[in-house]
Design a protein around this ligand. Structure first.
Ligand code: GLU
Length: 421
């Protein structure tokens, strides 16, 4: 199969297979994990601002709930498809397993380019979606959150709509909410902060220091932005950042906070292009090629392929996005001895703080920003060290080690429940 037509669901199935083999896990565990427990498809008729009705397709997949309720974001993107949602829900199972939080995996998505919708249309679509999936989600069943192109405001609308259906406030039904409405402090920053922590740990594991290092980041959405901000705070020079519009480069390090302010200006349209603090603007694909110590793909799936992997000069890759590396590129990365921190570990900070948010909602007692970040740091550094230990012990990649750890946890829960022997 050509790399261009790679199906993310087949990729995750192969990853599960590889880890089950490395673990010596039973065939029945593989048979259960290779597809979601359930996946629903919903058609959402939405009244557009011009009075016409348009139908949008949405999905929610619950991959596994042996350890606890499903957990995972909702993506709004024109390329969403059922197989992608299924794959992403499986990655969530393993991400939660790696993070050591009591959840299984879920994921949702709507086929829509939200840039083509007005804010009112997005609100109607979001409310319609949660109404449609209400029968399969719940505080103890499956708990959605933000993902690509979905915001705390969208989560707020969903909780409001779901609470109306229930006739009571159900804050724990969705995480990643606005802080004014049950959200957790430090949740908005959490995925990027976690990516920066994993950058720091990766340097440390290689006997190096993040301070003074050069970093290149693909993507300047919620993940890339905060990864860049915290990496800079930890002493790295973020020399290159790309988004869909272009790639910015500054040999001495871009001023990330200024860039953050720039993309928030209405005239920048949320894009980095036109920022004055860069030495040069390049084609966005150049972001993979710079002479840096660390590369962090923080955009979408299949970004690092057999076509661009050989131009990577970084000796460390930290996957901020879900599934950014194709299996063929992954093989080459391993052959070259590049140290790769896999997505299910590197970007697990978001769901980890979602868990903290849910705990705070259920107990109705809220923590400080520092408390949340400190708890996140302790848990993520532990996960990194545990996986590093497994990698050394079994002489496998960090990715296989991460899958092994997660699959063992899920399989143990399934055994404890009597689902498998
Ligand atoms: N969408 C994020 C992820 O892929 C966060 C999920 C969550 O917070 O539940 O990890």
């Amino acid at each position: 199969m050509s790399e261009k037509t790679l199906n993310t669901f087949e990729i995750v199935q192969q990853q599960i297979k590889d880890a089950c083999t490395a673990l010596g896990e039973t065939q029945e565990v593989f048979e259960i994990l290779k597809q979601p427990k359930s996946c629903i498809e919903v058609a959402l008729p939405i009244k557009m601002d011009n009075g016409e009705t348009k139908v949008f397709m949405g999905y929610r997949s619950l991959h596994n709930d042996a350890i606890g309720p499903g957990k995972g974001g909702i993506r709004y993107h024109q390329d969403v498809c059922i197989d992608e949602v299924k794959a992403l829900s499986a990655w969530m199972t393993f991400k939660c397993g790696v993070a050591g939080i009591p959840y299984g995996g879920g994921k949702g998505g709507i086929i829509v380019d939200p840039r083509t919708l007005s804010i009112d249309e997005i609100e109607r679509l979001s409310r319609a979606y949660i109404r449609a999936i209400a029968p399969v989600v719940g505080e103890q069943i499956d708990i959605p959150a933000p993902d690509v192109n979905t915001t705390p405001q969208i989560m707020g609308w969903m909780v409001d709509e779901y609470s109306k259906l229930q006739g009571k406030n159900t804050l724990g039904i969705v995480t990643g909410k606005p802080v004014a409405f049950g959200g957790s402090l430090a949740r908005f920053e959490a995925t990027g902060y976690g990516v920066a922590l994993m950058m720091r740990e990766a340097f440390r594991a290689k006997g190096k220091d993040i301070r003074g290092s050069k970093v290149s980041i693909q993507g300047f959405g919620n993940v890339g932005r905060f990864a860049a901000i915290y990496a800079e705070e930890m002493g790295a020079k973020v020399t290159a950042i790309s988004d869909v519009s272009c790639c910015l480069y500054n040999e001495n390090g871009l001023n990330v906070k200024k860039l953050y302010d720039y993309v928030n200006l209405p005239e920048s349209k949320n894009m980095i292009q036109g920022f004055k603090g860069a030495e040069q603007e390049f084609d966005r694909n150049k972001v993979f090629e710079f002479d840096v110590d660390l590369l962090a793909p923080c955009a979408l799936e299949n970004a690092i392929t057999s076509e661009n992997v050989n131009s990577i000069k970084a000796s460390i890759i930290v996957e901020g996005a879900n599934g950014p590396t194709t299996p063929e590129a992954d093989r080459i990365i391993n052959e070259k001895g590049i140290f790769l921190v896999p997505d299910i570990l590197a970007n697990g900070g978001g769901v980890m703080v979602s868990y903290f948010e849910w705990v705070q909602n259920l107990q109705n007692y809220y923590w400080s920003f520092e408390e949340v970040q400190q708890k996140q740091e302790v848990k993520m550094v532990k996960a990194f060290n545990d996986i590093f230990y497994l990698k050394e012990k079994h002489n496998v990649s960090m990715r296989v080690a991460a899958f092994m750890m997660a699959i063992k946890r899920v399989a143990d829960a399934m055994r404890a429940r009597g689902i498998v022997k």
